[in-house]
Ligand binder design. Structure first.
Ligand code: BG6
Length: 484
């Protein structure tokens, strides 16, 4: 499998994604000896660098971002593969410059589009004009693809004018995370969960993707996009789908996708402002460190309604999830970095005699996806110190605990997905249909917000988001589980 020859071509090579994620991924794969036949890495951007200048920028970046990075033989071999090409992609005649660099034989070419989707059109036209849309080429595009359903459809048509369907890989790195891949085995290989994963037993479900970081110098990208399109439309919806799908007919990825699409189609459209909470972070001092407000990230040059937080209450109109609310939230500059799913089971009908405990009496399953990957359940047992059944004791039973997540042999999400691309496997990528249906559900949320900017609420950096997010659950006599 490692005998394939391939070149990587990265458009937008000076950007954040390329320098912080893609090049480190290729480097790490080389280090782990997974990329034996990789020939060249062609980095394309507008900045007027030469290859040596670009390599020194990458070197500085690796020193900062890769643990135990050394100026050793691995780095030296890696840097020899890098070619920088300064090119303004908006003038498609410029693509002729690639003629000298890309000498196609029969090898695979992987084009990575690390630019805003509005620029895809130039890349596609430029590559086509000089016949670089070679049948052995694969193109990779990153979420969010487009800004709405209509916009996505246009982008799709543009791509299909230069490339065939099977050449297009839509990446969402959450689909490469081990802990996320673990959701289906948890649900479908354990009868203990298989049978009671439904409205008869489950009271409600909370899904949180909270980040401690802010927008990390990505104002130009983030201010146009916002948290709804950056995280909810893709990462969070994938997790929701995996939690909610019906058992697929087989483990063939197309069957799984079919079930995911069925969930997306059945997500109840949000039309009510009472079902959402939208926020933007303000400055704060945390452990004596000043944290900037969102607007200060751009030196207050511009006022902005771009949201950095969203929480919402969602229903899925399938028999399995009748009347079960799903509370979703994701935000930047929150208290902790944590991605988790919490399943709250119902109280036991006709037996409410163990009523002494202060908290809600129910089992609760927590699936931590990151930073640690851990699954545990709360159970109640008799307290040894009591002779009677009052004052039961809560016990946490851990089913799964993946401690060494950063161990050397373990592939990161991006590393795993890169190898899948090289081997031409699409199981871990997003289908066009999935994207279409997720935009169809997201569009009304964005519309609702853009017509009601006054609902934007500010929250201090380092908190758990705006008060309206707490109220969203309080109205239903519930509260967010913030245990980490
Ligand atoms: C990216 C978003 O897709 O995911 C970022 O663009 C976000 O804004 C990141 O920080 C989070 O990824 P992870 O793997 O750290 O959860």
């Amino acid at each position: 499998k490692n005998n394939i020859l391939y070149d990587f071509v990265i458009f937008g090579a000076t950007g954040d994604l390329a320098t912080k994620k893609l090049l480190p991924t290729i480097y790490m794969l080389e280090k782990k000896k997974k990329l034996k036949k990789n020939k060249k890495i062609i980095a394309i951007a507008r900045t007027n660098f030469n290859t040596i200048q670009y390599i020194s920028k990458i070197y500085e970046n690796f020193k900062k971002n890769i643990k135990n990075f050394k100026n050793d033989i691995i780095w030296n071999n890696f840097k020899k593969k890098i070619y920088y090409c300064s090119l303004d992609i908006q003038n498609i005649d410029n693509f002729i410059q690639l003629k000298n660099i890309l000498k196609f034989k029969n090898q695979l070419i992987i084009y990575y589009f690390c630019v805003m989707p509005s620029l895809y059109v130039f890349i596609c036209k430029g590559l086509k004009k000089f016949q670089f849309n070679y049948h052995n080429a694969r193109i990779i595009i990153e979420k969010p693809i487009g800004t709405s359903y209509e916009d996505y459809k246009n982008i799709k048509n543009i791509l299909l004018k230069s490339f065939k369907k099977d050449q297009i890989y839509r990446i969402d790195h959450y689909l490469g995370k081990n802990s996320i891949l673990n959701i289906l085995p948890l649900r479908f290989s354990n009868i203990f969960f298989f049978n009671n994963w439904c409205s008869q037993f489950i009271d409600h479900i909370q899904i949180t993707i909270s980040e401690k970081i802010g927008i990390e110098n990505r104002w130009n990208y983030f201010d146009k996009i916002g948290q709804i399109k950056d995280m909810l439309q893709n990462h969070l919806l994938h997790i929701l789908c995996l939690i909610a799908i019906e058992p697929p007919k087989s483990l063939n990825f197309l069957e799984i996708k079919k079930e995911k699409i069925n969930i997306l189609k059945n997500l109840q459209i949000i039309t009510d402002l009472n079902s959402i909470s939208i926020g933007q972070y303000t400055k704060n001092i945390i452990s004596e460190k000043k944290i900037k407000s969102y607007l200060e990230e751009n030196n207050l040059k511009k006022n902005s309604f771009t949201e950095t937080f969203i929480a919402l209450k969602v229903f899925i109109n399938t028999p399995r999830w009748k009347n079960v609310p799903f509370y979703l939230r994701t935000g930047k500059r929150l208290s902790k970095k944590c991605t988790k799913i919490v399943i709250f089971y119902k109280n036991i009908y006709n037996f409410s005699h163990f009523s002494n405990i202060n908290e809600n009496f129910n089992n609760c399953l927590t699936i931590y996806l990151q930073p640690k990957s851990k699954i545990f359940m709360n159970f109640y047992f008799k307290n040894k110190e009591n002779n009677f059944f009052n004052n039961l004791k809560k016990n946490q039973i851990t089913f799964y605990n993946e401690k060494k997540i950063y161990n050397n042999n373990f592939l990161s999400d991006y590393e795993k997905l890169f190898l899948e691309i090289i081997h031409g496997k699409k199981d871990l990528f997003v289908t066009s249909k999935e994207i279409e249906f997720s935009w169809k559900w997201i569009d009304p949320i964005i519309q609702l917000y853009t017509q009601n900017y006054n609902i934007l609420e500010y929250y201090p950096a380092g908190s758990w988001g705006p008060t309206s997010s707490e109220i969203l659950l309080k109205k239903d006599q519930k509260q967010w589980n913030n245990e980490t």
